[in-house]
Design a protein. Structure first.
Length: 300
């Protein structure tokens, strides 16, 4: 965790929170990074690279279990652990009756990351649900994707990738249908809101992960905003103290998807930061968990 990029990110986040530190305390990046890890019930590989794995958390009971596809954030960068920090909320969701399919993927700094590797990892990990469903008693007809920060982008993309043209290297036949997406401080419009995301993560990650330097149409098959209408119901959740992707970004994205014919809403959680929404002991997480339950109940 000591390189220059991480220091820039920490400085941006901590500086943003300093004005509110004297109050009833939004969660800091340190609180997020220092969360205890919870061991998954199973780790399943979908490729040969170390990062090409899924952690599966299972609820009690025989099933078939509704599934939450969980995609961690971290600026798309390998220096952030990802799975470790989201294992707490994965375990909490399992206690609430969901199977949690927590996706790891190749991040910038790892061989094969960027375009198309990072996106193909997410696609292959999600589609592996079909093969593993009988063994683990998973209900692939009731799937909600939940993503945090950069993972919010990938969750939105995963739900809309059925809109990809066959000419895209990211195209896969018959992708698994995702009924709803809950994006936590995530970014859906990479081109229109990329500069905001760069304020915390730096200017390099989005261009690198989508291959902007070598592709004239790099946003066309990587930005969820370019794949609307995606068909899944979308909830954009932000803490109202989120200085990575503040609430107006979620509202703007919901306005765009509604104009395209999709259903969605934006939620701003009072007194919550970018990290409160992914720490299971916070009041913000209870709102997130209740939202996931609502969206799951809406699925047939």
């Amino acid at each position: 965790m000591g390189n220059g990029r991480m220091r820039r990110w920490l400085t941006a986040i901590l500086g943003a929170f300093s004005a509110t530190a004297a109050h009833a305390g939004p969660a800091t990046v340190q609180a997020y990074m220092n969360q205890p890890q919870v061991r998954a019930d199973a780790r399943i590989a979908y490729g040969a690279a170390p990062a090409q794995v899924v952690d599966l958390f299972l609820p009690k009971g025989r099933g078939p279990h509704p599934v939450v596809v969980l995609i961690h954030g971290g600026c798309y960068l390998a220096e952030y652990q990802g799975l470790a920090q989201t294992s707490g909320i994965a375990a909490d969701l399992a206690k609430r009756g969901y199977a949690v399919w927590s996706v790891e993927y190749r991040k910038l700094g790892e061989d094969g990351a960027g375009y198309p590797g990072t996106f193909l990892d997410v696609a292959d990990a999600v589609d592996l649900l079909r093969a593993e469903a009988p063994k683990h008693h998973l209900n692939t007809r009731r799937v909600v994707a939940v993503g945090h920060s950069a993972g919010g982008h990938l969750a939105l993309w995963a739900a809309a990738r059925h809109r990809l043209p066959k000419t895209s290297p990211l195209w896969r036949a018959a992708p698994l249908r995702i009924g709803a997406v809950v994006s936590l401080g995530g970014i859906g419009d990479l081109e229109g809101q990329g500069a905001i995301f760069a304020g915390a993560c730096g200017p390099e990650p989005i261009p690198k992960v989508i291959g902007l330097a070598t592709r004239a149409d790099a946003y066309a098959d990587t930005s969820p905003a370019e794949l609307l209408p995606g068909g899944a119901r979308v909830t954009m959740i932000s803490g109202d103290l989120d200085h990575v992707m503040p609430p107006p970004t979620g509202r703007a994205y919901v306005e765009r998807l509604r104009k395209a014919g999709d259903a969605g809403e934006a939620v701003a959680i009072p007194d919550a930061s970018h990290f409160d929404v992914v720490i299971p002991s916070t009041a913000a997480w209870k709102i997130v968990a209740d939202t996931i339950a609502r969206e799951m109940d809406r699925l047939p």
